[in-house]
Design a protein. Structure first.
Length: 203
């Protein structure tokens, strides 16, 4: 490996712990400053930290992830990100829990490529299937709670046009994160929530 080594750690909620994953990456010799921790759903369309990492990655760099579902939680998303990283950017991917998917294999025959491609599609299917099951269970729980007359969640914040415009410019790469935060005077977490709102409005 001639390029730099990076690691992507993603957890879906802020309550999930990342210490185990970080320890594992450090033990592999990945510099701590190159370990990107993303506390955001893989279904999110914002994923600012991941987008920044992809921009930084160059041909010959290596990206370590535990599972392919760290790239996305849906079938098409995993295949799309895999193509961008491996084909468009020329990045080496190391999947810790599925080493057979590593793209720097010494043996890279046509048969091996075929098998690896099948495995990638299977794991992508499993990732989305599991995500759909989770969402189904959540929907059932919400329906039961509503039937019982329970109020769910906090009321949505009212967004000003100025906030929405700054978020749009950030998402379109017209301004950087620090400028956006300075203009609005809010924390990163609040700004990412704002970006999520803008993305939902555009869907």
């Amino acid at each position: 490996m001639t390029g730099k080594r990076y690691a992507l750690i993603r957890v879906s909620t802020k309550g999930q712990k990342v210490a185990r994953q970080v320890k594992r990456m450090i033990e592999l010799g990945i510099p701590k400053e190159n370990i990107v921790i993303e506390k955001e759903s893989g279904k999110s369309t914002v994923r600012a930290k991941y987008r920044k990492l992809v921009k930084e990655l160059k041909k010959g760099d290596t990206l370590y992830i535990e599972n392919v579902d760290r790239l996305s939680r849906d079938y098409d998303g995993i295949l799309r990100e895999w193509y961008i990283l491996t084909v468009e950017k020329g990045v080496i991917i190391k999947i810790l829990d599925t080493p057979m998917l590593d793209t720097d294999q010494a043996t890279d025959s046509l048969l091996y490529k075929f098998i690896r491609n099948i495995m990638l599609h299977i794991l992508a299917f499993q990732a989305e299937n599991e995500w759909q099951k989770i969402k189904s269970r959540q929907a059932q729980g919400i329906a039961i709670a509503k039937a019982d007359g329970k109020s769910l969640g906090r009321p949505k914040a009212i967004r000003t046009e100025e906030e929405l415009e700054v978020a749009r410019k950030y998402l379109n790469d017209e301004i950087g994160l620090n400028i956006a935060l300075a203009l609005l005077g809010i924390k990163k977490s609040a700004f990412y929530n704002l970006c999520q709102t803008v993305c939902e409005m555009q869907e």
